[in-house]
Design a protein around this ligand. Structure first.
Ligand SMILES: NC(=O)c1ccc[n+]([C@@H]2O[C@H](COP(=O)([O-])OP(=O)(O)OC[C@H]3O[C@@H](n4cnc5c(N)ncnc54)[C@H](OP(=O)(O)O)[C@@H]3O)[C@@H](O)[C@H]2O)c1
Length: 370
């Protein structure tokens, strides 16, 4: 049995959902069948009741046709990874799901606490990272971000333990643009190159299957902004490090009805031509995952009526907001944070209908201009 998601495993999961969900809920990306709605685990308190809620939420989401799960080591101070780990253990022990059916993604870059904020931050950093030689204070940017190979390697090992996995399907550098607040573009590219080199090594060791950049501002800025990321440049670095067979294959960015930049802002240069990040990703063979589909729940109510006219067949604004993201050409999966069972059940109903047609999708933008 493979210890990671495979084409056969994810197709098996898709086919088992056939009676419940139309097959266009799953999209083939990087050789995997990924659900158009993914499970996010960012928000929530750092307490046991939220841990249990997230564990049960993962079980329900997987039951309802979501095979893509996203987290980060720093989410809820490592508790989100551990809650997912607890859920995976239940799923695998019950024999309901096999490892090769699920796509598990996590991220490293921010300094994570261990379950709860420490009493003294300096002591925690010294004991956890400095004394074992994992990171020094010079490695840290903005007081909280680090992406040296030694540090990321340590974080990846820690994520594997938290999740109880032998291999992670997608490993992201978390908000790498944070580094551009303090270092030059030249230094940033050197740091990216060193991190990519280490991540390629982890692919060859079987610890991860592919890697990428999960961002907040990086791909949404004007091209001349100090922290704008160029996908062509990043793919170029991956090629320098590992040739055409590199594994820099996925990016994540916020995308929702209130943050449509990935679709409409031409901030990426590819082959000398300015284009959007969605088009650039398609041209460069990189998968795009949309995050914050509900703008942290703000889009779950009071949407203008015309959105319901264009995105038909849905009962609630949260469903319409999710339908917008999963219907956008170039977005493989719409991540939604959902720790409550009633939210999962409401949101996964969207998967029962096809994504909006291009005609209806285009009307959405025309209506906005009227
Ligand atoms: N830079 C990055 O890498 C980055 C940044 C942002 C997000 N992400 C990823 O993307 C995921 C999604 O983003 P997000 O969690 O920030 O925001 P989000 O998905 O836009 O919203 C999550 C919030 O919406 C609530 N919600 C879910 N379904 C709802 C419904 N039907 N009605 C009303 N409220 C509902 C959730 O509540 P409950 O939890 O109570 O169910 C949660 O508070 C994250 O969890 C994370 O995995 C990555």
């Amino acid at each position: 049995m493979n210890h990671y998601a495979t084409k056969e495993g994810t197709a098996r999961y898709r086919d088992r959902s056939k009676n419940m969900l139309p097959s266009d809920h799953f999209r083939e990306s990087q050789g995997l069948w990924m659900s158009s709605i993914g499970f996010g685990t960012y928000l929530g308190n750092y307490d046991e009741s939220t841990d249990i809620r997230y564990r049960d939420a993962v079980l329900r989401a997987v039951e309802l046709g979501c095979n893509s799960i996203d987290t980060a080591i720093n989410y809820r101070f490592q508790r989100s990874e551990r809650s997912i780990g607890a859920a995976l253990q239940v799923l695998f022990n019950d024999g309901k799901i096999s490892r090769d059916e699920l796509i598990i993604a996590t991220k490293g870059g921010y300094i994570p606490f261990d379950g709860a904020p420490p009493k003294d931050m300096n002591t925690y950093f010294i004991e956890t990272f400095m004394k074992p030689g994992i990171a020094s204070s010079e490695d840290i940017v903005s007081g909280s971000h680090c992406m040296t190979p030694r540090y990321i390697e340590n974080q990846l090992e820690c994520s594997l333990r938290n999740l109880g996995l032998e291999c992670i399907d997608i490993y992201y550098l978390h908000n790498p643009e944070e580094q551009l607040q303090e270092v030059s573009r030249e230094e940033f590219n050197k740091r990216i190159s060193a991190a990519f080199e280490m991540l390629e090594k982890k692919v060859s060791q079987g610890k991860i299957r592919m890697y990428g950049t999960a961002t907040w501002n990086g791909y949404r800025q004007e091209p001349n902004a100090p922290d704008c990321l160029s996908l062509e440049e990043l793919v170029g670095i991956a090629k320098e490090v590992s040739g055409e067979d590199h594994h820099f294959k996925v990016i994540q960015l916020p995308f929702n009805l209130a943050m449509p930049e990935a679709l409409i802002l031409k901030n990426q240069r590819v082959d000398g031509e300015m284009t959007s990040i969605l088009e650039a990703s398609w041209r460069l063979g990189v998968t795009v995952i949309g995050s914050s589909s509900l703008l942290q729940s703000q889009l779950s109510k009071n949407l203008p009526d015309f959105i319901g006219v264009c995105l038909k067949g849905l009962e609630t604004d949260a469903q319409r907001a999710i339908q917008f993201v999963r219907s956008t050409p170039g977005i493989s999966s719409a991540l939604v944070g959902m720790s409550k069972i009633n939210h999962i059940e409401e949101n996964m109903k969207v998967a029962k209908i096809p994504p909006a047609s291009i005609e209806d999708f285009v009307k959405l933008f025309a209506s906005e201009e009227e």
